[in-house]
Design a protein around this ligand. Structure first.
Ligand code: NAP
Ligand code: F7E
Length: 330
């Protein structure tokens, strides 16, 4: 394959929320973007449909190291962003072994593929605030000790440490972005923010009468995914790899999220929200709040979207999407 001087990035997890925003962002910078996609019985390219013509899609799976060696050897990216994972905490309790295989060991397989094919590649690992779990310090920084509370959190911790280990053992440019929760209208429907924004829109349009949720007391540091992908790219443009917390520095309870979302459409949440223990977790992460100071000072990154604007954006998008679908079906 003939190589041009254009910068090339490989994104695993391109069909996911962050993959789609990162691909848009890198295309905007003039990158050639290769997206690794796994085989499925139906096509699930909704999030990248609008940019699909500008992308190169390559078949591979984090469970299959050979497939990633093949993708990297064929496309020779300068940067690899590992966004693929089994990313839903609740599912990780029911499928702990799969979660470990994909979300933990998958990172080693990808790092090995890079080490074997081209150790000059710059690598980004999508680490998570879930690694802080039952927090031992408030707010959390790059130096806060970890205490994961789910198989997902444990798997991400492995992914984080193997990234650090490949940096130290083989001198790879391997960076770990410790991102706190980030959301958008493209968030999966199972995550609480989107479940709420979609539920509110359905209730407003008369298609549902209640919204069943779990723990309303949990607190999270929620930002906008569109802002956060820029931090990923900035980390890979530094002279040295490292670890960076990316967060807003604010925390809000699920109850507040619900209040803001329902009031956006003029409804009182207490009349519609029912607590259902089915959505409780065997071990909960009660409070997350990150200190983004190092990201601000070292990579020059700051969040641009407030919590209220984020929730409004998501409710408005779901209302619009559901109303459009209603019109089409008439
Ligand atoms: P997401 O929407 O769940 O996307 C996950 C992606 O991983 C999808 O493209 C999925 O492909 C792909 N994938 C799953 N298993 C795979 C496998 N075996 N091989 C190859 N690809 C596979 O997740 P997200 O919210 O965009 O998050 C991106 C990354 O950041 C994840 O690693 C997540 O754990 C991490 N993270 C997320 C947050 C957050 O708040 N969003 C915070 C911290 C860290 P399919 O479409 O085929 O399922
Ligand atoms: O839960 C509570 C739930 O599933 C947030 C992933 O992107 O961020 C995400 O993980 C909180 C929890 O996200 C419901 O108990 C209440 O305390 O939206 P979530 P998460 O578990 O924080 C991290 C940083 C990641 O890395 C992950 O990949 O909300 N909650 N009621 C509920 N959660 C859900 N899903 N559904 C409920 O009905």
């Amino acid at each position: 394959m003939a190589m041009s001087s254009t910068k090339r990035a490989l994104i695993t997890g391109i069909t996911g929320q962050d993959g789609s925003y990162l691909a848009e962002f890198l295309l905007g910078l003039g990158y050639e973007v290769i997206g690794m996609v796994r085989r499925s019985s139906t096509v699930n390219f909704e999030r990248i449909a609008h940019i699909q013509d500008e992308l190169t899609l390559a078949s591979g799976d984090l469970l299959d190291e050979g497939s990633m060696i093949g993708v990297i050897a064929e496309h020779r990216p300068h940067e690899v962003y590992n966004l693929a994972a089994q990313s839903f905490v609740q599912t990780s309790f029911g499928q702990p072994v799969l979660t470990g295989d994909v979300t933990a060991l998958g990172v080693t397989r990808l790092l090995e593929a890079i080490r074997v094919v081209d150790p000059d590649i710059r690598f980004y690992q999508a680490s998570s605030s879930e690694m802080f779990g039952k927090v031992v310090e408030v707010p959390q920084t790059e130096l806060t000790p970890f205490y994961p509370r789910s198989p997902y959190g444990v798997a991400k911790l492995y992914g984080h440490w193997i990234t650090v280990n490949y940096r130290e053992s083989y001198d790879l440019f391997a960076t770990s972005g410790i991102l706190f929760n980030h959301e958008s209208p493209r968030r999966g429907l199972e995550f609480v923010t989107r479940k709420v924004s979609h539920g509110v829109a359905q209730i407003k349009l008369g298609r549902a009468t209640e919204l069943r949720l779990g723990n309303l007391d949990a607190q999270r540091d929620w930002g906008f995914a569109g802002d956060y992908v820029e931090a990923m790219w900035k980390m890979l443009q530094l002279d040295e790899p490292g670890d960076f917390v990316v967060s807003t520095g604010e925390t809000h309870a699920v109850r507040e999220l619900v209040e803001v979302a329902f009031s956006r459409v003029g409804l009182d949440w207490e009349q519609y929200v029912k607590v259902d223990e089915k959505f409780y977790r065997p071990a909960e992460v009660d409070l997350l709040i990150g200190n983004p100071e190092r990201a601000r000072s070292v990579i020059g990154w700051e969040p641009k979207t407030s919590f209220t604007d984020l929730v409004h954006m998501m409710v408005d998008a779901d209302l619009e999407q559901l109303s459009r679908a209603e019109h089409r079906s008439r």
